[in-house]
Design a protein around this ligand. Structure first.
Ligand code: SF4
Length: 242
């Protein structure tokens, strides 16, 4: 099935091959709390190198996505092919979108099992560095999928919004259930806890809007929460609907 303006809708696609997940040591240092100009001791540098090698052996990147028509955008509810998502910020961002890409990416469970084992053995630094490598890897999988979806949309002349995850800003984490429902019961290897956290933890779920008139700025532009630690863009007052 196709949208009026040509984008193909799909059942859930599964990608397990060809995902680029380069684990950068500078990103790991960032997760470990080093400033960008700060150089760690040589023992830490070699530990980071060895844990990157171990991470590559343990991760199993996978991406799941589907593209669905946006049926209506109210305030605060967005209807996506029978799914209902509730968030004022998301509704504002998706007001010009005609499709939504819903996705989950993961690096699998093996890396965090090894982190748990190292922690049990008291090898806390090794465990922390491996855990950071896992965080970098799953972010790379999400960035890879985002870039692939952007190319897909661009080929159709569509713009793409920023990506948003349940639990972000005013989008309640319990909406993970609705998001997973949109993926037709997949992915089998990622489960939700009673509190809607994902297991394996090194997984990222989310949604991106697509369309000819899609907003391409982030919700932060019309949010004046001053102390937010995850702000992505400056607040611009004129964009805010009072
Ligand atoms: S400033 Fe913070 S709370 Fe506001 S939209 Fe951005 S990330 Fe969300």
């Amino acid at each position: 099935m196709k949208s009026k303006d040509g984008m193909k809708f799909s059942s859930t696609k599964i990608i397990q091959e060809g995902i680029k997940t380069e684990i950068d040591e500078v990103d790991i240092r960032h997760y470990l709390g080093y400033e960008s100009e700060q150089c760690p001791r040589s023992e830490v540098v070699s530990l980071v190198d060895s844990q990157i090698c171990q991470a590559y052996e343990l991760i199993k990147p996978a991406a799941y996505y589907t593209i669905k028509p946006i049926t209506s955008v109210g305030n605060p509810t967005i209807s996506v092919d029978g799914l209902l998502f509730t968030s004022c910020k998301l509704a504002r961002m998706f007001s010009g979108c005609s499709q939504a890409a819903i996705f989950v990416v993961t690096i699998g469970a093996a890396l965090e099992k090894e982190v748990a084992q190292l922690t049990k053995e008291g090898l806390i630094l090794k465990a922390s560095v491996l855990d950071a490598a896992g965080s970098v890897a799953v972010e790379k999988v999400a960035a890879w999928l985002e870039s692939m979806l952007r190319s897909l949309a661009a080929a159709n002349g569509d713009k793409v919004s920023w990506r948003y995850s349940p639990g972000y800003c005013d989008w309640d984490i319990t909406q993970q259930k609705e998001l997973f429902r949109g993926l037709d019961g997949k992915p089998a290897e990622v489960n939700l806890t009673d509190t809607c956290l994902m297991v394996p933890r090194k997984s990222i779920s989310g949604i991106m809007g697509m369309g000819k008139s899609c907003n391409t700025f982030s919700a932060c532009r019309f949010c004046n929460r001053k102390s937010c630690p995850t702000r992505r863009e400056e607040f611009i007052k004129w964009l805010r609907k009072e």
